[in-house]
Design a protein. Structure first.
Length: 372
């Protein structure tokens, strides 16, 4: 009876905790994008204050941001032109994927202390509808088997992008086919290299330093080319031809565009498949003056396919494959998913710019708290 009474009292206290209004201020610091700055520099953002709609309404949560994601696609969102969404309005907080810890909750499905993935962006706190958060199977001080950071990386948007692109554009892949992965030391590229090698393809990867190239070879790449020391462009294709042993390119996962794309498209085979995931070489020219791809006429007589991909188009079957396969391989160590971690709210733009300039290896993240 005493134990039952203690259990009831503990339950009452937990329920009370879930609905208590926060004693902190009803605003949060956010990073706001400045449309007058059209380049990838730290000056493109400034710190602002955003209101927090407290007290919570039914089925809402208040989160403290733990990790935020830095990604090349955020540069696309900052265009004044319509992309996959309407252009950012002036004085808009920078959105991105993030992981938060639930500080308050009025939702029965999301308990206080739960870790959730959100699209709340570069902010310290956020009020969100419970339907807009994904509860993560992670517990502080628990035997999780998978690091929290991976839920913004291999088990998040970038892993979903890798699987979706391969399954949608390349399928069916065949052992012995040749593959070129550009920007291969980035968050998506690292995963693509490993998946294609597990399927028996011959993989040539490109990256911007010798250290990154060594990492790629350790992950299974047959050849890793440093595009900063090896000339690869429309008029310099020899290094790429040699890397492929004059066998040409069957599939290409492109994260960079620009010179590397112009070189690679000259080597594509009949019925080649090209997945365009990113074009980071031209992201500072989104509103005019972008570098144009050359040699598109090769698509005609090779009957090749080129297709842009967005992870939001992933099918349920692709999502199931992604989550089950990648979770298993992360636990066993078969899949390596390194990440670069910056710390502190004030350093988020610094981390974003560093990533855009190739200073990262794998997924670029920023931790806003030290204890998670």
């Amino acid at each position: 009876a005493v134990l039952d009474a203690c259990a009831k009292e503990r339950l009452r206290m937990e329920q009370q905790q879930q609905t208590t209004v926060t004693p902190l201020g009803h605003t949060t610091r956010v990073w706001v994008f400045d449309h007058t700055t059209a380049t990838s520099s730290e000056d493109a953002w400034r710190v602002g204050e955003a209101p927090l709609a407290l007290p919570l309404k039914p089925d809402q949560v208040l989160i403290d941001t733990v990790l935020v994601s830095c990604d090349p696609y955020l540069r696309i969102q900052q265009s004044r032109n319509k992309t996959w969404s309407a252009p950012y309005k002036e004085e808009t907080a920078q959105l991105s994927f993030a992981i938060g810890r639930v500080a308050e909750s009025t939702a029965s499905s999301v308990a206080v202390g739960t870790y959730v993935r959100t699209y709340s962006g570069w902010c310290e706190r956020a009020v969100l509808d419970a339907k807009d958060v994904t509860v993560l199977p992670y517990k502080k001080d628990g035997d999780n088997g998978i690091a929290l950071e991976h839920y913004l990386g291999a088990l998040g948007m970038v892993g979903r992008t890798a699987v979706h692109g391969i399954e949608k554009v390349f399928a069916p892949t065949k052992a012995g086919e040749t593959a070129f992965v550009t920007g291969a030391a980035g968050a998506v590229g690292l995963l693509v290299v490993q998946v294609l090698k597990k399927r028996g393809l011959y993989v040539v990867a490109s990256a911007g330093s010798e250290e990154k190239c060594e990492l790629l070879k350790s992950l299974g790449a047959d050849v890793a080319l440093n595009y900063k020391s090896t000339k690869i462009d429309a008029t310099n294709t020899q290094a790429l031809r040699e890397a492929f042993q004059d066998k040409g390119i069957d599939v290409m996962f492109d994260n960079t565009g620009g010179d590397q794309f112009d070189a690679a498209i000259q080597l594509i085979n009949v019925h080649a498949r090209i997945a365009v995931c990113g074009q980071i070489a031209s992201y500072d020219h989104l509103d005019g003056g972008a570098v144009q791809p050359a040699f598109l006429f090769r698509l005609i007589y090779t009957r090749a396919k080129i297709e842009g991909i967005l992870q939001r188009d992933a099918t349920p079957d692709q999502d199931k494959l992604h989550q089950e396969w990648f979770s298993q391989m992360l636990r066993t160590g078969e899949l390596k998913a390194p990440f670069t971690l910056e710390r502190g709210f004030d350093n988020i733009p610094k981390a974003q710019v560093a990533m855009m300039n190739g200073k990262n290896v794998g997924k670029q993240l920023v931790a806003l708290v030290s204890d998670y």
